[in-house]
Design a protein around this ligand. Structure first.
Ligand code: IMP
Length: 425
């Protein structure tokens, strides 16, 4: 392997958990490199469904060391809850490693996320309200508190007092909220810190050493390319860098370690929260995708907006991430559609755009140019080999690979581990 990067090619929720689960079987380390508990994936642990937001799904494999790396923002209370839930089901969490450089999501971040969204009114971003944006904003403003600060109570308190003074002014004077109590925050966080101490380490050095010993490392992205702070549909993005470049800064590794960049692509497109979505279908076709695909946010429970496959977005994701292959998910959801189409370009003011438009106004107002594709009536969930798919479904997959100019190597036709097909070629 040695380093494989796995990224979402759309607005998140592409089914990365499924792909990670498959790849984790062959990995020694599975690393979360950005985002926080705005992400979510559902795993089946000891026969029960479990929602994880921070812990990499590799935790389910005994041979895997799960890592929360430098680029993540971490809410320690949420992390401990997840660890307890896993332990309660007999899953050992003792192998978890947490970077001391990861930033902490603080209670005022949650509050500020909520009040700023309210303040923005109809211009709101539709965030997950988990404090992610405000935590990254403080990181960049250099007033963030980090996981390592939990290990030094006096430094933690000094930093908290400085920051909280400003945050309380903001909360009380601008947003008319009650100020927050430093004693209470410090007590809760430092108690969490004591429990987390055995897991905190220099994860960059750990991964570097592991690679020198020939181990395999999987860098698992949260969210997706179009939610990237630099390369996504700004401002309707998250505050971190889910793309492959972000994987390297987030994990603290260099580009020469990487030999595979896998783009996880859903067979149609979804988006939660606000922002442009050219191929959105609010009619019966989109509703059918949402119902059959159970398109409801893992973190917020919000219904996801659904639409047709968009190859312009995919080509953009190929370019931005340097994808070497695709992992296509949820093809089974599209069975039985009365008609089907793929977006091959956008049209705006008489111009045709095959590539992602250079200005946001074009993207916001673009009309998709569709190519009709042949639907298939057969259910796919029992198919075990690519060759056994209905011809129209195979053609759909081939067309996606052709439009992306990158091969589809895996294909999923259902949530179970066994419902992933290798694509020959
Ligand atoms: P934030 O990451 O909570 O600040 O939210 C910013 C935008 O990213 C909103 O549109 C969210 O719905 C979206 N977002 C954040 N995390 C995810 C995710 O895991 N899947 C899909 N959308 C997400």
């Amino acid at each position: 392997m040695p380093v494989t990067i796995l990224v979402g090619t759309q607005w998140g929720d592409e089914g990365k958990g499924k792909a990670t689960d498959l790849l984790a079987a062959r990995s020694d380390f599975v690393v979360r490199y950005q985002g926080g508990n705005n992400a979510g994936h559902t795993v089946v642990a000891a026969g029960e469904l479990l929602k994880l937001h921070l812990i990499p799904s590799g935790i389910l494999y005994r041979h895997v060391t799960p890592v929360i790396a430098d680029g993540v923002v971490l809410d320690p209370g949420v992390l401990l809850q997840e660890m307890d839930a896993l332990e309660g089901r007999g899953i050992d969490t003792s192998r978890l490693k947490i970077s001391g450089n990861a930033h902490l999501v603080m209670p005022y971040h949650l509050e500020i996320d909520k009040v700023t969204e309210r303040y923005l009114g109809k211009h709101r971003l539709g965030t997950t309200k988990r404090g992610i944006g405000p935590a990254y904003a403080d990181k960049v403003a250099r007033i963030g508190l980090r996981v390592q600060d939990l290990l030094d109570p006096s430094i933690f308190r000094q930093k908290l007092d400085v920051v909280l003074k400003e945050k309380n002014l903001l909360l009380a004077r601008l947003y008319n909220r009650l100020p927050m109590d430093a004693d209470k925050i410090a007590e809760t966080y430092l108690t969490h810190g004591k429990r987390l101490e055995p897991f905190i380490t220099d994860t960059g050095a750990l991964l570097y050493q592991a690679l020198r010993e020939g181990r395999n490392v999987l860098l698992e992205g949260a969210q997706g390319t179009l939610l990237d702070i630099d390369h996504g549909t700004y401002p309707f993005v998250t505050s971190s860098s889910p793309v492959a470049g972000g994987a390297l800064t987030g994990a603290g590794l260099g580009p020469r370690e990487v030999d595979r960049v896998i783009g996880v692509t859903k067979a149609y497109v979804t988006r939660v929260g606000s922002g442009p979505f050219p191929t959105e279908d609010t009619g019966p076709a989109g509703r059918r995708m949402g119902e059959r695909g159970v398109e409801v946010g893992t973190t917020t429970g919000r219904p996801r907006r659904c639409g047709w496959f968009d190859s312009v977005l995919l080509r953009y994701a190929v370019r931005v991430n340097g994808l070497t292959e695709l992992f296509l998910t949820k093809l089974d959801v599209l069975s039985g559609m009365s008609e089907m189409r793929i977006c091959v370009a956008y049209e705006y003011e008489g111009n045709c755009y095959d590539d992602f438009p250079p200005h946001q106004t074009i993207f916001h107002k673009a009309q998709p140019v569709y190519e009709d594709v042949e639907p298939w009536p057969e259910e796919l969930d029992g198919v075990e080999r690519f060759e056994d798919l209905p011809a129209a479904a195979r053609k759909y997959v081939d067309r996606i690979a052709e439009l992306a100019a990158v091969p589809v190597r895996h294909l999923s036709v259902g949530p179970d581990r066994r419902q992933t097909l290798a694509v020959p070629g």
